[in-house]
Ligand binder design. Structure first.
Ligand SMILES: [Zn+2]
Ligand SMILES: [Zn+2]
Length: 472
């Protein structure tokens, strides 16, 4: 097993992946067709399975569960297993993920060694392999190049991508030159199997054995079963975090925020935020949200072990949140009936308006817009007589406080009854002028191109109520 940290010299594009060799096996010939390019049949299915991963992810934990039946659980071993679970989990979340895959902070060498060691104890591949895939996951989220795309199913994103062989040509390319320059990463990658055995099994066995003479318990509980729980918990970042919860920043891709995912994954549950701001050392931005990984990094900073913690300005974060809110709002307003837009209404001459009103159509002109209130007369809250008296007339003043100052809801309802615009309807012109003079209420369209009508900004509403005949 040679160190593959030496990037070939003089290559035109150094993206860190062309020198990538898998740790186990002899590598692959990119020119030969990969097994994943042949469809699965009864005759070849076993060739599609990654048996090494099946052994580590499913076989060994299963054996551990069975062995646990005959192994009594010592209290100290139980406590140590939980403590070590959190340490190895942090190796993945604070180490593999936030430090190496995203470089969201810098760590001193002792902290790096600790994270690389406990990270190996979680048995989820080397930092170098894990980070390469994770960078591809962020760069090509939900696409064919995403190594654990949730679009292929929840189970695939959780386990399937490791249980089944993956075509190395399919995974998106990413730059890992920085990782190749990190001696801790290179050491861990080169000696990965030794690191796994030492930190995954030997170390917990030694602690429990030398500490309180529970060698078997240390092996089964703090070793095998603890590995199983850490693996399943951190795998949830790829599955559950892309499946369960809200999308407050962007809903075009699958990442989601949910407290359950956060509880399971040591704070990696605010995944919609994380995919938007991946280089932020935080996952939870509110102080009350559960993110022990963030708290650990912050504590290491106070202890002088971590520095250069990256954080997006809240102004940038809020912009993303407001844009997503706006999008949801636009979708909500798009399904409502706001009445035919004024520019799509026919222009009607005053004389035709009066004539049609006399022919049995209940037409009322308000602010230069003609409304057909025939079906509404019987429902008018102010009574049939009042509305009938306005038929065939300009009721602008009456509607806007001359007789009764109609509510915002009334103006909204009125707009759904629009049938035409009066030729030279001066109120419409006044309204248009008012709109262009007052920059705050200027006509704006939503993302679907529809005009936004804010409360009080309806065309039928006059900012200065016209004085009625009585008041004059
Ligand atoms: Zn993700
Ligand atoms: Zn990430």
């Amino acid at each position: 097993m040679s160190s593959d940290a030496k990037a070939p010299v003089g290559t035109p594009v150094i993206d860190g992946t062309k020198d990538y060799k898998p740790l186990r096996g002899k590598g692959y010939d990119l020119k030969k067709p990969h097994i994943t390019e042949t469809p699965i049949t009864w005759g070849n299915w076993y060739k599609h399975v990654n048996w090494l991963n099946v052994t580590f992810i499913i076989g060994v934990p299963l054996a551990g569960c069975i062995a646990a039946y005959w192994t009594p659980l010592h209290l100290y071993t139980a406590i140590f297993s939980v403590v070590y679970y959190f340490n190895t989990g942090l190796g993945i979340t604070a180490g593999y993920h936030r430090l190496w895959a995203h470089t969201s902070y810098k760590a001193s060498t002792p902290l790096k060694i600790y994270l690389a060691a406990v990270g190996a104890g979680a048995v989820e591949g080397s930092i170098r392999w894990w980070s390469r895939d994770h960078r591809a996951h962020h760069r090509y989220t939900d696409t064919e190049k995403d190594p654990y795309s949730v679009r292929k199913g929840l189970l695939y994103s959780h386990l399937g991508w490791m249980v089944m062989k993956q075509n190395p040509k399919r995974i998106g390319r990413t730059d890992i030159t920085d990782l190749n320059d990190d001696p801790v990463v290179v050491f861990q990658h080169t000696h990965f199997i030794k690191c796994v055995i030492a930190m995954g099994l030997v170390f917990p066995m030694l602690v429990c054995g030398l500490g309180w003479n529970d060698w078997a318990g240390g092996f089964i509980y703090a070793g095998i079963l603890r590995i199983f729980f850490v693996q399943q918990a951190t795998f949830c970042v790829n599955s559950l975090a892309h499946w369960l919860g809200d999308q407050p920043f962007d809903d075009r891709n699958s990442p989601r925020d949910h407290v359950i995912t956060a509880l399971v994954t040591l704070g990696e549950g605010y995944h919609n935020f994380h995919h938007e701001f991946p280089s932020d050392y935080r996952n939870a931005i509110e102080w009350w949200q559960y993110d022990p990984t963030k708290w650990s990094i912050w504590t290491w900073k106070k202890l002088g072990l971590a520095y250069d913690l990256k954080q997006f300005r809240s102004n940038e974060i809020e912009k993303g949140r407001v844009q997503q809110l706006q999008k949801k709002l636009d979708q909500k307003r798009a399904i409502l009936d706001w009445g035919t837009p004024l520019d799509q209404l026919p222009v009607i001459h005053w004389d035709d308006f009066v004539a049609e009103s006399k022919n049995g159509k209940a037409l009322v002109a308000i602010a230069g817009v003609i409304h057909d209130v025939t079906d509404f007369i019987k429902d008018h809250p102010g009574g049939k007589a009042l509305i009938s008296s306005a038929i065939g007339k300009d009721a602008t003043a009456i509607f806007n406080g001359g007789v009764y100052l109609h509510s915002n809801a009334a103006h909204n309802l009125l707009s759904t009854m629009r049938v035409g615009v009066l030729r030279g309807g001066c109120e419409v012109e006044i309204w248009k002028r008012a709109q262009s003079e007052n920059k705050d209420t200027i006509v704006v369209n939503d993302s679907t191109g529809q005009r936004i009508v804010r409360a009080g900004d309806q065309v039928t509403r006059l900012t200065q109520p016209i004085s009625s005949a009585e008041a004059a």
